[in-house]
Design a protein around this ligand. Structure first.
Ligand SMILES: NC(=O)c1ccc[n+]([C@@H]2O[C@H](COP(=O)([O-])OP(=O)(O)OC[C@H]3O[C@@H](n4cnc5c(N)ncnc54)[C@H](O)[C@@H]3O)[C@@H](O)[C@H]2O)c1
Length: 450
């Protein structure tokens, strides 16, 4: 990591990053590592204190040791924009949530106001958050102009450059993914490119802000829809009791066309759960009603209820009279690979909601990254790795593809309270071995022995 810091902080070249979540903080430390003087700003004092005390509010591979080193070197975060005329670049990385299928602009508006109040001639503002098409030009720039009394273009520069890293591997991907950049004018684009090329291998320069905004929405909506296709296919396999995972692998094997994803118990996370709606909202503003983004979402959003249905099918068939049914949910984060602690819109939360409606189900919970106290807060009794995962459980459900679940010692399945179900939604465990153990039922998405 040390070698990546290429030059000493240039005092006339400070960057202020607004919003220190997954996107802002990883970008701030990466810029700092490139020798930039960086101010991290977040209006949430708890977030700022956590970072300054080396306790960032989320897990990201490599982040903590990097922060530790950088804080010794002087990196610090604040809850307001520091008064410093040396700040010449502002990067907005605040959240853009969706409520009732409509984007919420509150944080974006406030951050633009805060920047507008201190903006100077010659400064650069880069929007990094995911936004509806047209937001940089029609929403952010007018606020910046109004609050600063300056004019975008002649007086200050503006660019949109979406964040496309994957949570859990963001620090690595910032250095390997191309940056997509569009400016309000040539100078804005060139300044942004010069900044990002300190760490990114390549810049993809687009002509219009709206093109860059669209790239981000395209990437995420396409990804979500692909997963939806695999998930709906799994539902079709279920009516034939066919192993979806096996079929997808057979279809992909040495077949040089588009790779089909394996199914999952739902598609969560902060981005894929909302960005298809942001794309649909964007087109709707111009009078076109897209169908596929919402169709994909509805398939993915229905998966947790389907998972719950499978659990209940087993319990109702084999444990109708059992007074307390012990169910272990493995994987609380919204995904397992790359590992993250992020539980925003995790499909597990929906499965838990359904399970909690059954007073005679006792829920146990496990995650390799999410802390036990967080698991307990969500109404599950935390369980340790190894034997405890299986011991006395009537059903275990693997909800994420955390690679470590592949290494569960399968001998321990014998400790389950038989008849017992192993619901392996990611097909991580040796199915053939499990189905041969008396009293054990196996289910993945599509196939089951219930
Ligand atoms: N999470 C991801 O991996 C990812 C990837 C690509 C793009 N994005 C997009 O990037 C944006 C940020 O996502 P995130 O996951 O980092 O969000 P986040 O919720 O983790 O972080 C946003 C932070 O902004 C802070 N904030 C709100 N208003 C502020 C203001 N006026 N000034 C300073 N800070 C303010 C909040 O307190 C919060 O800590 C979103 O638009 C998201 O869709 C996220």
């Amino acid at each position: 990591m040390n070698s990546f810091r290429t030059k000493k902080s240039a005092p006339n070249n400070s960057v202020c990053v607004l919003g220190l979540g997954y996107v802002g903080l990883t970008l701030a430390v990466t810029l700092y590592e490139c020798g930039k003087r960086v101010y991290g700003v977040d209006i949430n004092r708890t977030v700022v204190d956590g970072i300054n005390n080396l306790q960032p509010h989320f897990y990201e591979k490599g982040l903590r040791p990097l922060l530790e080193k950088q804080q010794r070197e002087g990196f610090e975060c604040f809850d307001t924009i520091p008064r410093d005329d040396l700040i010449t670049t502002y990067i907005i990385a605040v959240g853009t949530p969706v409520l009732n299928y409509t984007p919420v602009f509150r944080d974006l508006e406030n951050s633009a106001r805060h920047i507008g109040a201190v903006l100077k001639r010659g400064d650069l503002v880069i929007l990094r958050s995911t936004v509806p098409v047209g937001t940089t030009r029609d929403f952010v720039i007018p606020i910046l102009e109004k609050c600063s009394g300056l004019t975008a273009g002649p007086d200050f520069s503006v660019a949109f450059a979406p964040e496309r890293t994957v949570e859990g591997d963001a620090l690595q991907e910032l250095r390997t993914l191309p940056q997509v950049i569009a400016g309000i004018d040539k100078r804005s684009a060139t300044l942004t490119q010069a900044l990002f090329e300190h760490f990114a291998p390549q810049s993809i320069m687009l002509d219009f802000l709206e093109e860059a905004e669209m790239v981000k929405l395209l990437n995420n909506t396409f990804r979500d829809f692909n997963f939806a296709f695999a998930n709906e296919f799994a539902r079709a396999c279920d009516v034939f009791n066919l192993d979806t995972n096996k079929i997808v692998h057979a279809a992909n094997e040495a077949y040089t066309r588009d790779k089909i994803p394996v199914p999952s118990p739902g598609v969560g996370g902060y981005c894929l759960s909302k960005d298809p709606y942001i794309l649909q909202y964007s087109a709707r503003q111009r009078g076109y009603e897209m169908k596929l983004p919402a169709v994909g979402r509805s398939v993915n959003e229905a998966m947790p209820e389907y998972v719950y249905g499978q659990i209940m099918k087993f319990l109702n068939t084999h444990h109708k009279e059992t007074a307390v049914k012990h169910v272990a949910i493995l994987g609380f984060a919204f995904k397992g690979k790359p590992p993250t602690s992020d539980m925003r819109f995790s499909p597990t939360l929906d499965v838990l909601k359904f399970l909690k409606g059954n007073p005679n189900i006792h829920i146990h919970g496990h995650d390799f990254v999410v802390a036990d106290d967080v698991i307990a807060k969500h109404g599950a009794k935390p369980i340790a790795d190894g034997k405890a995962i299986f011991k006395d459980k009537h059903a275990i459900v693997i909800m994420t593809n955390h690679p470590e679940y592949k290494n569960l010692e399968i001998e321990h399945v014998r400790e389950m309270a038989k008849p017992a179900l192993i619901f392996d939604t990611w097909s991580m465990l040796p199915k053939e071995e499990i189905v041969n153990i008396k009293g054990l039922h196996y289910s993945n998405l599509g196939y089951d022995t219930i």
